[in-house]
Ligand binder design. Sequence first.
Ligand code: NAI
Length: 670
Amino acid sequence: MSPPLTHTVDDDGLGWIVFNDPGSRASALDPSMPAALHDALDGLAAARVKAVVILSAEERVFISGADLKMISSLPDAAAATAFSREGQQLFERLAGFKTPVVCAIHGVCAIGGCELALACHWRLASDAPATRIGLPQIGLGTIPGWGGCARLPRLIGAQAAVEHMLAAVLVPAEKALAVGIVDEVVPAATLKERARAIALKFAAEGIPSRPPPPPPPVSFYADQRLGVLASTGGRLPAPLALLEAVEKGGGRSLDEALGIEAELYGSLAAGEVCKNLIHILLLKDGNGKQTLDAWFPPAAGGPAPAPFRIIGIVGAGDMGSGITQWLAARGFGVILVDTQPDILKRSMEAVRKLFHESIARGETTHEAAHKALGGIAITTDVADLVDCDLVIEAIVEDVAAKRALLAEVAKVLPPESVLATSTSALPIEEISAQAAVPGRILGLHFFNPVNRMALVELVLGRQTTRATAERALAFSREIGKTPVVCKSAPGFLVTRVLFFCLNEACRLWEQGVPTDVIDRALCDWGWAMGPMRLIDEVGIDDTDCILGEMERYFPGRFQASTICRRMLAAGLKGRKQGASSGFYVYADGREAINPAMAPLAPAVPSAPPDVATLADLLLQVMIDETKRSLAEGVVRTPDEADLALLLGAGFPAFRGGLMRYARKTGLFAG
Ligand code: NAI
């Protein structure tokens, strides 16, 4: 294997280190890198270079972090601390290099790549959108362990450093400049030349000294700790360790600070949460490489599936509006159909609002949003879909209505186009039963809200052809969603598993377990939202409808709770479409137990189990249903089920996945 970097000396006496591993897409700080960088620095020191410039030959990634599989295989805290020490010592060589070291960043510069940059004496960043910089290790359950915790506060101050590292995000070059992580932002085309010029200047004049940054406010660490405990419930050790590393390291020498960092890194990297979070990241990576080979007979090869360009969406309700915005923002032409002009008008208002929110978050610009909005056409006439190569129906959850609509749509579409249903639970065969060409029909189950939920269940009916599925798989990836392929079955995976759980929660409520106790059970376990709150969000009517469907599809095994029906009769709709009264009432951004629920509760409640027992019970329901789904082949592997439940149902990532948890606790042997 070729080395991950090269080093050369030019005619001006400058040393160049170029990360350019041709064998990998990114120049990962893989196990061969430390030796290669030591060699390069030895060589450049021996050549007595005037200064060193570090850059990367890669287009999109400057230098990514260490190999995640390797970190996750570190056997214990001592090995992880040693790994941290090795990286720190390597980068210490850069910081202590006799002549100036300039780092020229283009592309993603994250984790170990960013720590390498921080050890250099000067950092330039290209202004390209691909350039994004940061230390997001908290998201992996660790802290920066190759010098980041010790160096960043010394560069930009403890307060800004902690805020950056706790946010666990990559920032664009301009933001990195504003915070002080980089020293200059230059046009991508001039990056190399500017790096050469600045390296020669520092070679002649010396590296400018930096004044020490101001200390944080007195109560800074205590306040941050309170904030972290409030947002994580104390279940995530990394943010607290980060605060400890920066606070303790702040009053000491760099060497001592690095020692503290390495010890804390060691205990985190060897811990359960870090291994779980890395596992999830690897699952996501693996998803990008999955094929349909497990679902269809071998394919004969051939050209890549033809991409969709003009997409019809029928049904301009919550889902139709959300999907329209998502697709338009990604450059697709969208034709949105509904029965009434005023519904379409309301939908476009919702789409515009989503664009405004996206602009406010800095995800898009006014110009781009304006252009995307211009790509949306609205109509009440299905015949206007004639040029679409994909139509997604998002009308009411009713088999007869969906069948009739697809028949109507099929008549106007070209034969090679694809028809997708966004049904959340109905088997595809029921919807495609009377279709002339059922092979071109499949499910694309998006999740609500579409702009925040990464999952799409790609649901294969018995007659869905491989060509249809291939196009839908490529499309799901193209629009930045994570597709999990499912066999058509009632509720597919996520709706089925989730609603078995929600039904159990409702039944517990009907036995007298208080709303907040049920919710606390899953929230204390790590879920962002408890089942009763989730039902309010989904809407009492939709929940009731799906519980009814589940009872029909799983007779004998699923006895639907009646509480949602009784809530609807009492005028309680949950939190959908402006309503604010369900299991909770919502006002001024707060929620409180809804007193209107009291008359619906049992007169003689049974004594509630403790929250840990309740959590076990609800998790057991989900595990059992996932096991059944796996046995029936609804999803192919426990890992795929875990990914779907993480991205579609909100399973807490730090637990590593439902079936991974079940396996560890002896509840699943697969
Ligand atoms: P919705 O009730 O908000 O909107 C449905 C829209 O379809 C309405 O605007 C209605 O006027 C229109 N419509 C009905 N029949 C039509 C026809 N023949 N031609 C054109 N338009 C027609 O429904 P929502 O919540 O957007 O759900 C749509 C589909 O997506 C359902 O199948 C639902 O199960 C599924 N889904 C819903 C999720 C949610 O959280 N709301 C999540 C995932 C899937």
